[in-house]
Ligand binder design. Structure first.
Ligand code: NDP
Length: 312
């Protein structure tokens, strides 16, 4: 009997995956049918999930071996009481990770090179300030998981002084790694540019509050492609106004789309990007999903399994 894969995501996602996903499953030799709605939830083997699909009750899916999230961030689903099936987050080096590395590198280089000052220069303003070399610029990445570690590796290759912070101790080549509450203070104290690539969990919410923003060297830059609630918005605006933070490039927000009257839109030292730092790309993500199901069917451990107690 073919496996039944329920695809619970937006209509736009369905358009992207409706051919690609069955093909990817066939490519790895799986006999599977991908369906947009399940007549009998008890016969579903896997659920491909995004919050935009509207599925909230997982209890009827008694046979489902796993819920496979199309998103890397799982804060919207991880606490769902009826979700007893294993939850797998999206991890896709070819698509999601590659996109994030490009976005983070681009925005770090923009601030490192002082590109904005030249864009703002008036005719005749010949201020020849030579930027430092990357080896003299300190970049700290909060979150050294799939995305943070890949960004750290790229920035290290470019010769930046890279540090990073994670929940558990880590060792990454060329990166000064810190962990735990004490480690955070040390990491922030020496950071010219801070990149937030943490998941949203009860432990990380408002992590960048007034006190922590004040630990940073004066004039530090914040780049946040993680999640909006990682930063206390009011504290950030105050730090921008005082010059403690010289610029914030923000891709994610507490409310998305960011409301038109939010002060971030008009603040001269904030760059708003509309949650485009990276995205799950259907072709490589479909291959990833197919591989995950193939592994599970072969009895191998599920890659990217979410630790519910940690919330990510
Ligand atoms: P991972 O789960 O691979 O990595 C998360 C990292 O955060 C790990 O290093 C983890 O530590 C660390 N961490 C978690 N909690 C804490 C804590 N309390 N204190 C210190 N460190 C902590 O996630 P990804 O790298 O794949 O993704 C990170 C986030 O990026 C996603 O959760 C999502 O919110 C966001 N994202 C944004 C996108 C965008 O387009 N803007 C696209 C994709 C993702 P440890 O290593 O010890 O587990």
């Amino acid at each position: 009997m073919p496996l039944t894969v329920l695809f619970s995501a937006s209509d736009a996602d369905w358009d992207d995956y409706k051919d690609i996903l069955p093909n990817a499953l066939a490519q790895v030799g799986l006999d599977a049918q991908v369906t947009r709605s399940a007549a009998d939830p008890a016969l579903v083997d896997y659920i491909v999930y995004a919050p935009t699909g509207g599925l909230t009750d997982f209890a009827p899916f008694t046979r489902a071996r796993a819920v496979l999230s199309l998103w890397a961030g799982v804060e919207k689903i991880v606490g769902t009481p009826s979700l007893t099936q294993p939850l797998v987050r999206m991890s896709d080096p070819e698509g999601l990770t590659a996109g994030m590395v490009e976005w983070v590198t681009g925005h770090v280089l923009r601030h490192h090179l002082g590109i904005d000052a030249h864009r703002a220069a008036k005719p005749g303003e010949w201020v020849a300030t030579v930027p430092p070399l990357a080896k003299d610029r300190r970049v700290c990445i909060l979150g050294l998981g799939e995305l943070g570690a890949a960004c750290a590796a790229m920035l290290t290759q470019l010769n930046f002084q890279v540090s990073g912070w994670s929940r558990r101790p880590k060792e990454l080549a060329g990166v000064a790694c810190f962990s735990g509450a004490d480690g955070l203070g040390t990491a922030l104290r020496d950071a010219d540019i801070v990149v937030l690539l943490l998941p949203q969990t009860p432990d990380t919410e408002n992590l960048m509050n007034a006190a922590r923003l004040n630990i940073l060297p004066r004039g530090a830059v914040i780049v946040n492609p993680g999640r909006g609630p990682l930063i206390d918005d009011e504290a950030l605006l105050a730090a921008l106004d005082s010059g403690q933070i010289s610029h914030a490039t923000l891709d994610v927000f507490r409310v998305e789309p960011l409301p038109a009257d939010h002060p971030f839109w008009t603040h001269p030292n904030v760059t708003v990007t509309p949650h485009i730092a990276s995205a799950t790309r259907a072709p490589s993500a479909a291959r990833r999903i197919a591989k995950t199901i193939e592994r599970d069917q072969a009895g191998a451990p599920l890659p990217g399994l979410v630790d519910r107690s940690a919330g990510y």
